[in-house]
Design a protein around this ligand. Sequence first.
Ligand code: MOS
Length: 764
Amino acid sequence: VAQTVVQKAVELAPESWLPGGKPDPLIHQKHGLIGKPVSRIDGPLKVQGKAPFAAEFPMDGLTYAAVAFSTLPKGRIASLDTSEAEAAPGVVLVMTYRNAPRMKAMPVFMSEAKAAGGDNLPVMQDDRIHWNGQPVALVLAETQEQADHAKTLIRLTYEAEPATTSFAEAKAQGTHPGLFMGSPMKQEIGDAEAALAAAPVKVDVTYTTPRHSHNPIEPHAATIVWQGDDLVVHDASQAVTHTAWSLGNIFGIEEAQVHVTSPYVGGGFGSKTLWQHQVLGAAAAKLAGRPVRIALSREGVYRMIGGRTLTEQRLAIGATKEGHFEAIIHTGTAPMTHHNAMPEPFILATKSAYAARNFKLDVEVTYLDMLANTFMRAPGESVGTFALESAVDEMAVALGMDPVELRAVNEPEKDPTDNKPFSSRNIVEAYRTGAERFGWSKRNPVPGSVRDGEWQVGMGVATSTYPYHRMPGGAAKLTLTRDGRMQVEIAAHEMGMGTATAQTQVTAERFGLELDQVSFAYGDSFLPGQVLAGGSQQTASIGASVVAAQHALVAELLKLAGNDSPLAGLRADEVGGMEGGLAKLDEPGRHETYASILSRAQRDEVSVVASAPPPLETMHWSMHSWGAMFCEVRVNSVTGEVRVSRFLGSFDCGRILNAKTAASQFRGGIIMGLGMALMEETQFDERSGRVMNPSLAEYHVPVHLDVPEIEVMWTDIADPHAPMGARGIGEIGITGVGAAVANAIYNATGKRIRDLPITLDKLM
Ligand code: MOS
């Protein structure tokens, strides 16, 4: 018994993952709740239709919004006639720039700590048109159908102005250094061009990737009501506090006057932030004096919600005959707009991937008149690893080396571009176990040599990677009640990743409680903390906050326990949560239950709020999640059709907190990666700047028949420098997939496709 108790003990030294901290023993503990494949807590509510999504909040007097979009990329509204629309059945009002309330522009993402806007353009404040698809009018009606109909009756004419909508034209106008989080992405170490020129073996090629539009299963929506001067927004959000602060800014009210809730989200992937629809909905609600439901159509998402921009990337590697990389060059250009802050940072993964002495990295941008582009799952890494990992495969071919072996040869001892030690990197182990499970040794290295009837069969491999982040601003409130129940409150988000479930497990384990004694409240801007669900950092962020709050709570409980407790005289760092109470770490017999402490102190509950320390760990260590992707494809030699027949992802992401939700995150990322590899492409008419395939009928994403059984596995090696030992798992799944598929297609056919998506015409 004593042994179990010691294993369950929690070291309460704060910041155990920071320099000088003692690793949290909890992260190595293998027999408790952490890591268990617990099913999603929110699952039953969702399958029963009992989970209210943003467009499902009932309200008295609700009105329904429909948005009309501009049909040219640049210019001004020359004439506007809304009379017919206003006279249509059920119409409450038509809002245009003429009658919209005066509002400030959205604070654009990354411009300030809580800025959440996709762009910083005026929202329906003047007659200017900035992109093809910009909202130009909003109809409010008693039903959605009435609003949708009346929208078609708005008469608009435009005065066009010259617009830049072609990438080639934009490049001809000049490129500019891409700034990511305010810093340039240009980096040179040594003389990469000279080292490349001198290298005996080289690859120097260009890869291109297309625009991608966001397609979460739940289109963007909000139900909005003004209560006096206070604004309530039921949103679908991965940034509730950011959205509340930003809306306060836009409408000139305090952050505390804006209440944003987002209990359930049908997928986000970087798109469920603040875009013009929430602003327009709130403006229309103000104008009408009635609540508004604004639920974008699928087309509306394509017109109003930014996606991933296209990229053109040069990837050059110079190597010795033994395969040691001498130079890595990764440069290129991506278009963005003047009104957003998101260059596609495709070089990020290259910075930490391989040992080399010479690097040249650069992301240049050009400006187009188009919808602001934005984050999409692993922005940068997803398309950047397509180029990098395809080029490594091309190098393996040039050297006549096995691509897994080539990667092992170039495994760095420390981060090659910032010189920090890795917090934990077991990528070779991920490759070894993955290769064994996948049967990599059965691959025939000669391209085009394996046939099954008219199908050519091949295998490919690629590294996947995504950085560890933890953003400042994490805080948590813990409330312990006399019946031994714990409530955790954090302004965090559940977009379907399993956050609430995994965090319930971790909290229960940490406090020595059962799963059903812990409840996790999230998705509400009035809760403590500002925890963006982005950058695969929410789990670490919440974990750090819970650890900080636990420390505060234990100190409080020890005070309440007093001199009659077996815990009398102990310091907070000497006790841990176990078996429904606290116990001395090295003397588990000194234990008292939470219920007993609170009842002796005659308290019904005790609550604390505490903030996580700043993310100093990332200043000391190079921290990234890692993985190895293995793909088998079948390419039809008659039709060029590609079928992914097997896929395996072998991950090294630190401690896995919930085996079931993690596997789903990995698989979901891989499926999105298969879409990127083989079918996803926003068709952007370069003459008009218009998105021509704004529907899931014409923008193809993988369906069940496109997806083979995907195996996932992981090293489960705890990262001593991440709270809970866990690095992010949300975005890494999409990275490396494009290259693994392209490399498998090369192995199957001998055709090297450097332009995504790899549609059948490129293989004919
Ligand atoms: Mo992600 S693109 O950080 O939601």
